[in-house]
Design a protein around this ligand. Sequence first.
Ligand code: UDP
Ligand code: MG
Length: 317
Amino acid sequence: MNEPILAIVVPCFNEELCVKETAERLLDVLDNLCNKNKISDKSYIYFVDDGSKDNTWEIISRLHDDNKRIKGLKFIRNFGNQKALTAGYESVRDLGCDCAVSIDADLQQDEWAIEKFIDKFEEGSDIVSGIRNSRSTDSLFKKTTALLFYKLMNILGANIPVNHSDFRLVSKKALDIMELYPEKALFLRGFFNDVGLKTSYVYFDVKPRFKGESKFNFIKLMGLALNGITSFSIVPLRIISVLGFIMAFLGFVIGLETVFEKIFFHNTPNGWATTIILLAFFGGIQIFCLGIIGEYIGQVYREVKSRPRYIKETELK
Ligand code: UDP
Ligand code: MG
């Protein structure tokens, strides 16, 4: 029997406090799985340094010098976690692997759950998604916004399970299909749910970050959510069209009624308040709708410029 080659993809941004320990713990997992004959001894770890400003890359290079099972790639600047993951998947596909697992550099996800991922892969799943058991380590704000986001995404038609994460296994087949999606702002969670490959789920516990601080701020999270929505669903645009139609129809009826009253009852309306409220309300809706359309235009704009998703500075193979 041929054991599969596993590549573990780890995006890192200013993780100098974490990478060394993360590498050691992941090597333990690889050794353990090799000993159980679950994966090939050609399996490796692939760090993607997302333009860190600290010593992350120096540490990764040193780890690579000591152990060739540790490989890596450095971006020329920070492109964001989704791009780092995309680059990781694409690079390990080119380097060669049968399946890839992505995990955060702070090992908040349980690295020992990787064994369950491999089992599901062996049973024939092309995608194994990690689902958080709880969000106890997240702030109340992050919990609420994340829940809202997943609910909204489901209403909009992208069936991403709540508490889905970027901790997942994807097969070589899934990686090959990913190459067929040329869009620059590929929203990975949506994409892997959408392609239609056999998917299974593994539940895992989230631990607190063992060193350092979260690299995600409010702006980055908002960006991720907006990109997720606009790259995956055109339902908001449709809602605007329907809303516009209903409003136009209402306006027509109200207009008719006013004309009718004016002609037959001669009572000039003294409804200042109503006028102002209506003006403000419809003004608000209009600007909101323009904003949504703007988001989509922005998405199109970014895509037609066709800039590279990321730029590699160095790679350690
Ligand atoms: N990350 C990245 N680029 C960024 C922000 C984060 O590659 O611009 C990485 C980070 O190093 C970590 C993972 O993405 O490995 C998840 O980030 P973090 O743990 O800070 O997020 P949280 O767990 O707080 O959601
Ligand atoms: Mg984290």
